[in-house]
Design a protein around this ligand. Sequence first.
Ligand code: FAD
Length: 93
Amino acid sequence: MYTNPSRPTQGVATHPPRVAIVGSGIAGLAAAHTLQGLAQLSLFEAGDYFGGHTHTVDITLPDARGQATTFGVDTGFLVLNERTHLPHAAGAV
Ligand SMILES: Cc1cc2nc3c(=O)[nH]c(=O)nc-3n(C[C@H](O)[C@H](O)[C@H](O)COP(=O)(O)OP(=O)(O)OC[C@H]3O[C@@H](n4cnc5c(N)ncnc54)[C@H](O)[C@@H]3O)c2cc1C
C-alpha cells in the first residue's frame, strides 16, 4: 500500500506500489502519465514504437503558394469533434 510520504502512517509500508502497464497506446500512455510519481511503473510494448494506433507520419505537399510544406498527419486519429467525443460539451446528454 502506498502512502503519501508527507503524511507517514505508522506500521504501513511507504514504498510505492509496482504497476505493470501493457501497451503504449493512448490508454497506456495516459495511465503512465497519471500514475507518474505515485507508483513504480513498468511499461510493456510489443511493437517497435510508442503510441499504438495513434501514429503520426510526415507528408510533404505543396501549400497554397505551391511551396513544399511538411505536415504531420496522424493516421489513427483524424476525427475529434463535440458530437462524438464531447457530448456533454455539445449539450447532447
Ligand atoms: C485507421 C484508424 C483511424 C482512427 N481514427 C480515429 C479518429 O479519427 N478519432 C478517434 O477518436 N479514434 C480514432 N481511431 C481509434 C483510436 O486510434 C483508438 O481508439 C485508440 O488509439 C486506441 O487506443 P488504445 O490505447 O486503447 O489502444 P492501441 O492504440 O491499440 O494501443 C495498444 C498497444 O498495446 C500494444 N500491445 C498489445 N498487446 C500487447 C502485449 N501483449 N504486450 C505488449 N504490448 C501489447 C500494441 O502494440 C499497441 O501499441 C482510429 C483507429 C484507426 C486504426
